[in-house]
Design a protein around this ligand. Structure first.
Ligand SMILES: Cc1cc2nc3c(=O)[nH]c(=O)nc-3n(C[C@H](O)[C@H](O)[C@H](O)COP(=O)(O)O)c2cc1C
Length: 356
């Protein structure tokens, strides 16, 4: 095997880096300064240790699950990330094809460089294809994206809450490749994108407004506290993604795996699904998140790295590797189905708390 052949998700980043302009690589990689949360999102998984159970028949492992009505082959889906065409010329189409071939799902970013309808056409008709929006400054754009998502069979609306204001220094110096554009903001340059997408006036009542204009189930992305999770329950939502936007907005938040239990506890007994993203890089990370109460996890940057490395095939490889690692982790901890992954499988390692 060539040394450059990736065998775990971490291997993809240097390979992608070698093929990307430096500024583009930094845009994909970076977190908010000084990147405390970026490091912690990945590192925090180490605070949880596994308590494997032995001598159980794990010869058949069922990783299938269901996310708000859509069946997927394993509980790892693709997070919404903007501008896939900067990673590979085939952009979001390559990602969608890889996702389809692996039987999992994806959330299409509002910052997609491929039209909503083309991504739908490349995806499986009954597959898990969700659309993401922010509450942009111009609500007509929000309406337009939702209409297109509905018309093209997207099943869920993911509303990202954690970037009402944001700072993207790299965007000021970046340009999209010739012929590529932000499909939902066709007249906007990257340099102006933050001003068009930010809206620091939105409140919970705008979630009620969203509910009044769409019948799609709403999943709120970016919740990190029990308080906001309880508030969310008052606004007719179907799910929550515990997320800190891949550490790209507020630095210094809890790592998402550390925030997960609080959110799970806050919604106990309510009819909402909880997901997590941020720093998920291995099969054991997935196992830990599920044990702590997530229905499924999303991955962001590893998909970009796979795309930059080898387009559709690269994304497929990323998904295959983490799926197989997850299957192995299930087997080694005595789980043959997702319902075997229970809270007693993890323990928070007290030595890490002592260090803080
Ligand atoms: C390059 C990049 C672009 C992103 N674009 C969006 C976006 O358009 N909408 C959104 O809700 N989240 C966006 N995110 C956040 C991801 O959905 C997700 O929360 C994050 O990447 C998960 O962390 P991970 O990269 O450590 O897996 C973006 C993240 C990255 C790295």
């Amino acid at each position: 095997m060539a040394l450059s052949e990736p065998v775990c998700l971490k291997d993809f980043e240097p390979l992608a880096r070698a093929s990307l302009p430096q500024l583009t690589y930094e845009y994909f990689r970076g977190g908010s300064y000084p990147e405390q949360t970026l490091k912690d999102n990945e590192w925090a998984f180490q605070r949880y240790r596994l308590r494997p159970r032995l001598l159980r028949d794990v010869s058949k492992r069922d990783m299938r699950t269901n996310m708000l009505g859509q069946d997927i082959a394993f509980p790892i889906a693709v997070a919404p990330t903007a501008m896939h065409c900067l990673a590979h010329n085939d952009g979001e189409l390559a990602t969608a094809k890889a996702v389809k071939s692996m039987g999992t799902g994806m959330v299409l970013s509002a910052g997609s460089t491929t039209p909503i309808e083309d991504v739908a056409a490349a995806s499986s008709p009954n597959g898990m294809l969700w659309a993401q929006v922010h509450l942009f400054r111009d609500f007509n754009t929000v309406r337009m994206v939702i209409r297109k998502a509905e018309e093209n069979g997207y099943k869920v609306l993911v509303v990202t809450l954690d970037c009402q204001v944001s700072r993207r220094e790299t965007w000021k110096r970046m340009k999209l490749p010739p012929g590529k554009r932000l499909c939902n903001f066709p007249d906007t340059d990257l340099a102006n994108l933050v001003s068009v997408t930010s809206n620091d006036k939105v409140t919970w009542k705008d979630i009620d407004w969203l509910n009044s204009i769409t019948s799609l189930p709403i999943v709120l992305k970016g919740i990190l506290t029990g308080e906001d999770a309880r508030e969310a329950l008052k606004h007719n939502i179907a799910g929550i993604i515990v997320s800190n936007h891949g550490a790209r907005n507020l630095d210094g938040t809890l790592a998402t795996i550390d925030a997960l239990s609080e959110v799970v506890e806050a919604v106990r007994g309510a009819n909402v699904e909880i997901y997590l993203d941020g720093g998920v890089r291995t099969g054991t990370d997935v196992l830990k998140a599920l044990a702590l109460g997530a229905t499924a996890v999303f991955i962001g940057r590893p998909v970009i790295w796979g795309l930059a490395y080898d387009g559709e095939e690269g994304v497929r490889k990323v998904l295959e590797i983490i799926r197989d690692e997850f299957s192995l982790a299930m087997a080694l901890s005595g789980c043959s189905s997702l319902s075997d992954i229970t809270p007693d499988l993890v323990v928070r390692d007290p030595r890490y708390d002592a260090k803080l």
